[in-house]
Design a binder for this molecule. Structure first.
Ligand SMILES: Cc1cc2nc3c(=O)[nH]c(=O)nc-3n(C[C@H](O)[C@H](O)[C@H](O)COP(=O)(O)OP(=O)(O)OC[C@H]3O[C@@H](n4cnc5c(N)ncnc54)[C@H](O)[C@@H]3O)c2cc1C
Length: 437
């Protein structure tokens, strides 16, 4: 049984910059399919595309509560990453664990790269790498430890400091950064749109069709929306941050609400005033620090809030209050710019677990779930969707073996203790990151 979902806000700058799209109709009446998928983000759309290609004579139905690829899959910051920040490792086991995590992320990145190349997807792909930056000299040691780890894995990277860094970013704010070659910056909503366009003929996508419940049926499963019903052989639940709202793996994964703002394109004069830098993406060296991007069309995006928010999506005054923090983040980095440059503001929901483990599982006969990518979902969601398609087609792959070998999300404490614990942890991280926001 799913709780009713709050509506997405309509302020996401990645989406508002795209041409409008005619949504597909909602589900009405009775339907049947071989596979039904709940959720049309990167995971659900990748699974649908790949399953339909592997099984051209089978029919797939995708049910999306709102508009396809307009949830987290459009609202994210657009970092497609292979390496993730790590504070060094203490042992050979630690090194091996990082190597395995890296291998999975790299497989996700390659999966998206193959699709982008094969279908010539326009998603502002820029293999410019990414920066992990700090404004606090005391945090530079962490970057040095990360550098040592990347060196042990032979991953190309560079520490950039002071003037050289200021020149590359067009901002004097950070004192040091570690640049990794492996990251790609992209326009997330364009990628999501492409995933819709790539759906083959044997996939039917229904939008504005929130699933209320699913249950076992003689044919496999029965899924009900407000106005229709689907009988299917198999079901994939690909709702990521909404898993808890459907009582799925809620003792292992939980949602967090993030907010971001993006400026209009800088004028020639504004751009020249910061030294006309090439596009870049900065992640903080501190958990809870800001994610900031300069895009190819000269917009600056700031995402610097993460919260437990029971209503999930934010709107109105709550969002405006978050924008005050985005403005502070912008002005710290670019003192000559003010908040009037922001022309978009949005929230998005992501899903995390206690130990960074992901969900890729068979819940019961004919029912599968994939999600909980802990902030790294562009590559992993695409990969997990495709690999789920193999699994639901009865095919084992090396990649499935690699996914299944990763640690599963650990069991979380029950509510309300979980909520209190996460809030406390976020509060602590916010204090530690107060100079990085
Ligand atoms: C602000 C933000 C920044 C992020 N930055 C990055 C980043 O830079 N790099 C990165 O790799 N990842 C990032 N992420 C994470 C990434 O966006 C997600 O991991 C990824 O989009 C997950 O894709 P998904 O398809 O599993 O889930 P989603 O895109 O959330 O799709 C799930 C879909 O299920 C639908 N749904 C939910 N319940 C129902 C129901 N009952 N019936 C029907 N449909 C339902 C929802 O409407 C939604 O469209 C970020 C996330 C956020 C929010």
């Amino acid at each position: 049984m799913f709780k009713p979902l709050p509506r997405n806000d309509n302020g996401c700058g990645w989406l508002t910059s795209l041409p409008s799209r005619q949504p597909n109709p909602a589900l009405h009446a009775e339907h049947s399919a071989d596979l039904v998928i709940i959720g049309a983000g990167y995971t659900g759309l990748s699974a649908a595309r790949h399953f339909a290609a592997l099984n051209p004579n089978k029919k797939v139905i995708v049910l999306e509560a709102q508009l396809a690829a307009e949830g987290a899959s459009a609202r994210n910051s657009g970092y497609l990453v292979d390496s993730t920040l790590n504070d060094g490792h203490m042992s050979d086991t630690g090194l091996q664990q990082y190597r395995d995590k890296y291998a999975l992320n790299k497989a996700g990145l390659d999966c998206v790269a193959d699709l982008v190349t094969k279908h010539n997807i326009d998603c502002d792909w820029d293999a410019c790498g990414k920066f992990h930056a700090t404004a606090v000299p005391a945090h530079e040691a962490k970057l040095q430890r990360f550098s040592k780890l990347l060196g042990e894995l032979d991953l190309a990277h560079e520490i950039v400091s002071d003037n050289a860094l200021h020149y590359r970013l067009g901002s004097n704010y950070y004192c040091s950064a570690l640049w990794t070659q492996g990251g790609v910056m992209l326009q997330p909503a364009k990628l999501g749109r492409a995933y819709i366009d790539l759906l083959p003929e044997n996939v039917e996508l229904y939008e504005n069709s929130p699933v209320l419940q699913w249950q076992p049926a003689p044919t496999g499963v029965q899924v009900s929306t407000t106005m229709g019903r689907v009988q299917a052989g198999q079901l994939l639940i690909a709702v990521n941050g909404f898993m808890a709202a459907g009582k799925i793996e809620r003792e292992r994964a939980f949602p967090l609400t993030l907010t971001a703002s993006m400026t209009r394109p800088l004028t020639d004069q504004e751009f020249a005033s910061i030294g006309s830098p090439k596009p870049w993406g900065v992640l903080s060296a501190q958990a809870m620090g800001a994610t900031v991007r300069l895009t190819a069309d000269r917009r600056i995006m700031v995402r610097n809030t993460v919260e437990v928010w029971p209503k999930m999506n934010m709107a109105g005054r709550q969002l405006m209050r978050r924008q005050a923090m985005h403005i502070r983040g912008l002005q710290r980095r670019f003192p000559s710019f003010d908040g009037s440059l922001f022309d978009s503001l949005w929230s998005g929901i992501t899903c995390i677990s206690g130990n960074n483990g992901q969900i890729f599982t068979r819940l019961q006969d004919n029912v599968y779930a994939a999600g909980c990518y802990n902030g790294g979902g562009i590559g992993l969601a695409t990969l997990f969707g495709e690999q789920m398609a193999h699994m639901m087609s009865g095919q084992m792959t090396d990649t499935i073996a690699m996914i299944e070998a990763r640690p599963k999300p650990t069991r979380l404490p029950p509510q309300p203790f979980l909520g209190w614990g996460v809030r406390l942890r976020l509060m602590r991280d916010r204090v530690l990151a107060r100079k990085e926001n």
